[in-house]
Design a binder for this molecule. Structure first.
Ligand code: AMP
Ligand code: ZN
Length: 457
């Protein structure tokens, strides 16, 4: 079955096929590790996990790289202000290296708690300074750079295709752009290498052919993706905010140096909005996975919540929405547990799910398909087998779920005992009547041979 994905570069759905037969190479822009990831950031990694699991489900091998931005991401996308790592360090009392280590660990733990498949390769910007310097030297040789007092810049007007990904209106930008550009030759020019301030030392700085300093944010992704995946690979992804600046500049660097647009597909996850406001780490109004857990929500509930919205639409985060996700997910777990052993997969349901997912990862549609099956009168063993197969993409660990130890009142336990005796004596009418009494008290029961489990309703 064909897999169609939306490519931001072409602004359309395209049939996906890997460049290298069965191996799909994916690069996902990673976190800037100066603070905890917020649940908005994590939505983007959940989208990438859905993409990866769908590719695997389609029979592909996936090679997945996530980078760690531990230097060079400045407060403003216009290459101004301080490095986020240096600010985070001052705030936290840790030095910039300890800070990066600490938040890299918490980020990896977040991914694990959300059951996001680990990438094959993690790579850190600070481990790849020579590769970034070599990349900039190449751009310099090809005459795409110029020097200002505070760093080496990319001359975006030298690249004809600059801004295509974001459909930037370069002619329009020329109007009135002089002031905002500061010393730069043009508004969209960006830093490749920034010099350390003259009279102070940065915690993170390196020697370079141009002077002591640190790399700009975008160059790390061009340099590391080339190292691990080559100059042109299958899919590059990130959040939608990367379209106009970060990804536009990654493409510019690679196009100028290697002559490719870096990736065959560019895919973007849309934002999670909190209280109708854009969520950002620096604004301070962000929610973490820990904060959700403190309120009693398992990370997989957040995963289920995100699966309920298409990756190409923004979703608003509300506690009611999360509550509803928790109710649905618990219901699914309990029902699936109650269905017992899996039997034969129900082909038509699975085909329908596959066609939903292969249509640009239409997970909300696939979930609706599965809920129709759940409510149908299909054999429980077929429901179980089909759901477990789909769970390879859902990633909700459905098979591992067990009912929690319930605080069951003595009265209910007595009724269950009496019912077991009635069943043993083959007094079916009495056993049924007791089941109804138990149900009226808010509990379900599930029989497996002679064993009876008590479940919440
Ligand atoms: P950062 O740590 O800021 O570099 O961001 C890590 C990832 O999270 C990037 O792919 C961003 O595009 C993405 N991102 C940032 N804010 C949000 C949000 N509110 N919703 C979804 N993704 C986001
Ligand atoms: Zn990147």
């Amino acid at each position: 079955m064909e897999l169609r994905l939306f490519d931001t570069y072409e602004r359309k759905l395209r049939v996906f096929s890997p460049l290298d037969e069965r191996k799909v190479k994916i690069y996902a822009c990673g976190p800037t590790v100066y603070d905890h990831a917020h649940i908005g950031n994590l939505r983007t990694y959940l989208f990438e996990d859905l993409l990866k699991r769908t590719l695997i489900w389609n029979g592909y091998d996936v090679e997945h790289v996530i980078n760690i931005t531990d230097v060079g991401h400045l407060v403003s996308d216009g290459d101004e202000g301080e490095d986020k790592m240096e600010i985070g360090s001052k705030k936290s009392g840790m030095n910039a290296w300890e800070l990066a280590d600490f938040y890299t660990k918490t980020f990896k733990q977040d991914l694990e708690r959300l059951n996001i498949l680990s990438p094959d390769i993690w790579c850190k910007a600070t481990d790849h300074i020579p590769e970034q310097i070599a990349f900039i030297e190449d751009l310099e040789k090809k005459d795409f750079t110029y020097r200002l007092e505070d760093g080496i810049y990319f001359d975006s007007r030298k690249l004809k295709s600059y801004g295509y990904l974001a459909r930037l209106d370069i002619e329009g930008l020329k109007e009135g752009a002089r002031v905002e550009a500061g010393d730069r030759r043009f508004l969209t020019d960006f830093a490749l290498w920034k010099f350390s301030p003259e009279h102070s030392t940065r915690q993170m700085e390196w020697d370079s052919p141009w002077g002591k300093g640190f790399p700009g944010w975008h160059i790390e992704c061009s340099a590391m993706s080339a190292k691990f995946l080559g100059d042109f690979f299958d899919i590059h992804c990130g959040g939608e905010d990367h379209i106009p600046v970060h990804h536009t500049n990654e493409i510019a660097q690679t196009e100028a140096s290697r002559g490719t647009r870096l990736a065959n597909f560019w895919m973007h996850g849309y934002f999670l909005r909190l209280d109708e406001a854009k969520m950002s780490k620096s604004s301070g109004t962000f929610l973490t996975l820990d904060a959700l857990e403190d309120k009693g929500f398992d990370p997989l509930v957040y995963r289920y919540f995100c699966l309920g919205g298409h990756y190409r639409t923004q979703i608003s985060f509300t506690q009611d929405g999360l509550q509803a996700a928790q109710t649905s997910l618990n219901r699914l777990y309990e029902l699936a547990f109650g269905w017992g052993e899996p039997g034969k997969i129900h082909g038509p349901t699975l085909d329908s799910i596959r066609s939903d997912l292969n249509d640009d990862l239409a997970m909300p549609k696939a979930l609706a398909t599965i809920w129709r099956m759940v409510k149908s009168n299909l054999e429980p063993s077929a429901k179980k087998a089909t759901l477990l197969e789909f769970d390879k993409v859902l990633g909700l660990n459905i098979d591992q779920w067990r009912p929690q130890k319930l605080d069951v009142p003595d009265k209910v336990r007595d009724l269950v005992k009496r019912r077991t005796q009635a069943r043993r004596a083959k007094h079916w009418a009495e056993a049924d009547a007791i089941r109804q009494e138990i149900s009226a008290l808010g509990y379900n029961i599930k029989d497996e041979g002679d064993e009876t489990t008590i479940l919440p309703q």
